[in-house]
Design a protein around this ligand. Structure first.
Ligand code: UDP
Length: 384
């Protein structure tokens, strides 16, 4: 289904791997109406470049001066670049996803030009003020005109903060369709596992990239020590994020990886295939907490807090970096095939795979409403 929005009228602002994953289907549904702007927050061939092709995304416009900068500079530089783009060719709506610096810059740029702002994955809260992402998501939700909540609980959190009900719609999370669209076929998954010498349900898949685990040498040592311990019992596969690799090298911790199967960051299909057949996943990623519920696999989340409590009910367990990782992992592994069969019967709390189409319809409705009324109403009132 394609919407009837004018060509290039919806600016989709993104800057990191999870945003590419979660916005790919919306961009496809929007078709020629989508105008993708990549802020360059994580522009890295391993994390973004190959993903554009794999996810079938159109070539975005790139901003410069953002990647590798401190947070305030990233936001300021992206805001500056976006404002120039929006001034030259004003969109009818701006879409951002999640809680990145790119999302906050997109939200501020929309606000500065009085453009309707659509926030995909609204209403997530970790209540952890140590996380820059928590500040980003709260700020984006305050600015958004259309808040696409992934779950009913996300909607409740927004209502409790005083967001007007009419701005919020429970759409589900587009991660569900991302997983369904990009999980390779059973045959392809079988070949991939064989190529890595892995057996279905017979290995652990791990990812580590959050600063709380990588930038604190004690935490990084603890995580790697636990993975090394598990690797003495069954294969542990670790697609290694470039930042984590740099920290491990700088801290002299490479020997801890001796027994672990270290891979470069995996393409999305490869990662999903590995996750689909893992006996257990150990990760600090946000998106992986959602994907595991679609794939029906158990997860140990190595974080101080989570903004995705829905995953904790059946699929995931939250642990601090340290021996709790190994203990939780062994507990989940002991559930064996019956545990995996049980998880496979449970629906994902993140929706039914129609979020992107619902969000596209909301965008079309918002643009139609905005173009049929006086556009500068609220700003004019403020100036008066
Ligand atoms: N991912 C991937 N290859 C990898 C590791 C992760 O494709 O080697 C995907 C994963 O499936 C998820 C996304 O990247 O969709 C998560 O990105 P990341 O962990 O960087 O960010 P977060 O979700 O924590 O914001």
């Amino acid at each position: 289904m394609q919407t009837v929005l004018p060509a290039r009228s919806v600016a989709v602002v993104l800057g990191t791997r999870p945003e590419l994953v979660k916005l790919a289907e919306l961009i496809r549904v929007l078709g020629p109406a989508a105008r993708v702007v990549h802020t360059g927050q994580h522009y890295d061939e391993e994390l973004s470049g190959g993903f554009l092709d794999e996810l079938g995304l159109p070539e975005p416009a790139y901003l410069t001066g953002v990647g590798g900068q401190p947070r305030a500079v990233q936001i300021a530089a992206a805001l500056h670049g976006l404002d120039a783009l929006f001034a030259a060719e004003p969109p009818l709506a701006v879409v951002v996803q999640g809680d990145t610096n790119a999302a906050l810059a997109g939200a501020l740029a929309a606000n500065a030009r009085d453009l309707p702002l659509v926030h995909v994955e609204a209403g997530l809260r970790s209540h952890d003020r140590a996380m820059p992402e928590e500040h980003n998501r709260v700020l984006v939700d305050r600015l958004a005109d259309v808040l696409c909540a992934a779950t009913p609980d996300n909607r409740e959190l927004l209502l409790a903060e005083g967001v007007p009900e009419e701005r919020i719609t429970v759409t589900g999370n587009p991660v569900v369709e991302a997983v369904r669209d990009h999980l390779p076929s059973a045959d392809a998954r079988g070949r991939l596992l064989a190529a890595h010498g892995l057996t279905a349900d017979g290995y652990v898949l791990a990812t580590v990239h959050r600063p709380e685990n990588t930038d604190d040498e004690r935490a990084l040592t603890a995580v790697l020590t636990e993975l090394a311990g598990l690797a003495r019992e069954l294969p542990v596969v670790l697609p290694l994020h470039p930042r984590t690799r740099a920290r491990i090298e700088a801290a002299g911790l490479l020997p801890l990886l001796d027994g672990v199967t270290v891979l470069p960051p995996a393409g999305y299909g490869t990662f999903l295939a590995l996750a689909r057949h893992a006996a257990l996943i150990v990760s600090d990623s946000g998106g992986v907490q959602e994907e595991t519920t679609v794939l029906g696999r158990p997860l140990v989340v190595v974080r101080n807090s989570t903004e995705r409590p829905e995953s904790l009910a059946d699929f995931a367990e939250l642990v601090d970096p340290g021996p709790a990782i190994g203990a939780a992992a062994r507990r989940r592994l002991a559930e064996g095939p019956p545990g995996l069969r049980h998880l496979a019967t449970l629906p994902s709390p993140y929706g039914d795979g129609t979020a992107s189409r619902r969000i596209a319809a909301l965008i079309a409705k918002t643009v139609a409403a905005r173009t049929s009324t006086a556009p500068k109403r609220e700003h004019a009132a403020l100036a008066a």
